[in-house]
Design a protein around this ligand. Structure first.
Ligand SMILES: [Zn+2]
Length: 346
């Protein structure tokens, strides 16, 4: 398509006769048979049609081609507009997708960092400054819920319970003074197990007491559980889960999530969600005190084995003490190593 008209250089009113050649994609502007502007059609802009006023086609550098041929300009402008809007839409979609993908990646990375780095760190720091009153409130509420949902009253004889309680008090008295008040509870639940609540309540199941071969094995388990309390492992986990709940309830403005926090403890206690690091730390606490009390760490190995065996036969959905405790084999190995050391030193 060819248009005839006048050409004005940018900022100059000097008029020259010119011919604008267009082929649908490119344009070529000729003045005195010499090409002085060429390029892609989409770089041109067109003035609006107002009656028969000459139309202006404006080049990127601001120079102008003016023509009376309004009909042709309309056609060109229409085609150019279509192409422009299509490529613009493509561009918008493309940039939006890039944005969406970048956001998803960013959120995934942020989520990973929060869960793997920020929450464990915050859990540790906050667990250290949680006032004991909070520990106690959460623990007593948690024990109440555990009693309602999972535990049954102990069926051990008073004589048995008294003996273990005496041994427990004796054991606790040998420990360094602590801000926690350790208390022993007996409950029945259908499997050999032991739990610790953040304020220092240690719960032994009837089944654990029954399978233990001697008081040392029970004391080893108690020391391990006290290790969890001492290092505030449950509180750390509760804070981590709570922070996630708080974050979710803030994001979804659903405050009812906050009310579920009390439920976190019992579920956590039963699912025994300690990390391998927490277990090793609790074991170390136990070994340290076993050495002080002249107790052979082999007792821990033996009770671990009995409990694992005992709980393997239980077809129960509640997670088992040791299948959920990571890497029992490694812990047994370490306990045997500690026992060898104990025997060689004594
Ligand atoms: Zn443990």
């Amino acid at each position: 398509m060819t248009l005839e008209g006048n050409f004005y250089e940018s900022g100059n009113s000097y008029r020259r006769l010119a011919i604008l050649n267009l082929d649908g994609i490119f344009f070529d502007l000729l003045v005195d048979d010499e090409s002085i502007q060429s390029g892609v059609l989409s770089n041109l802009s067109f003035s609006d049609r107002i009656a028969n006023i000459p139309r202006k086609i404006i080049f990127i550098d601001g120079s102008v081609f003016e023509t009376q041929d309004n009909n042709k300009v309309d056609k060109i402008a229409f085609n150019s507009d279509k192409k422009n809007s299509f490529s613009m839409r493509l561009q918008i979609i493309e940039s939006k997708w890039k944005w969406v993908l970048t956001s998803i990646l960013f959120l995934a990375l942020l989520g990973y960092l929060i869960i793997r780095v920020v929450l464990p760190w915050a859990g540790k720091e906050l667990a250290l400054i949680v006032p004991n009153k909070v520990n106690e409130t959460i623990s007593s509420g948690g024990l109440r819920l555990l009693d309602q949902e999972w535990f049954k009253p102990s069926e051990l004889s008073d004589d048995k319970k008294n003996k273990i309680s005496d041994s427990f008090s004796e054991l606790v008295n040998t420990l360094p003074k602590s801000e926690f008040e350790y208390k022993l509870y007996f409950r029945k639940m259908g499997q050999a197990n032991a739990f610790a609540l953040p304020a220092g309540q240690i719960i032994l199941t009837d089944e654990l007491v029954r399978v233990a071969e001697n008081p040392e094995q029970i004391r080893a388990i108690i020391l391990h559980e006290i290790g969890h309390v001492h290092h505030r492992h449950s509180m750390q986990q509760i804070i981590r889960s709570s922070l996630i709940s708080v974050a979710i309830s803030m994001l979804t403005s659903d405050l009812s999530t906050l009310e579920d926090l009390v439920v976190v403890l019992p579920v956590f206690v039963l699912k025994s969600g300690f990390s391998q690091g927490d277990e090793i730390q609790a074991d170390e606490y136990m070994f340290r005190h076993m050495f002080k009390l002249q107790m052979d760490p082999i007792h821990f190995v033996n009770i671990l084995k009995i409990m694992t065996q005992n709980n393997l036969n239980i077809d129960d959905n509640i997670l088992k003490y040791f299948s959920s405790h990571p890497s029992t084999k490694d812990r047994v190995k370490e306990a045997i190593r500690k026992s060898d050391k104990f025997l060689s030193e004594s």
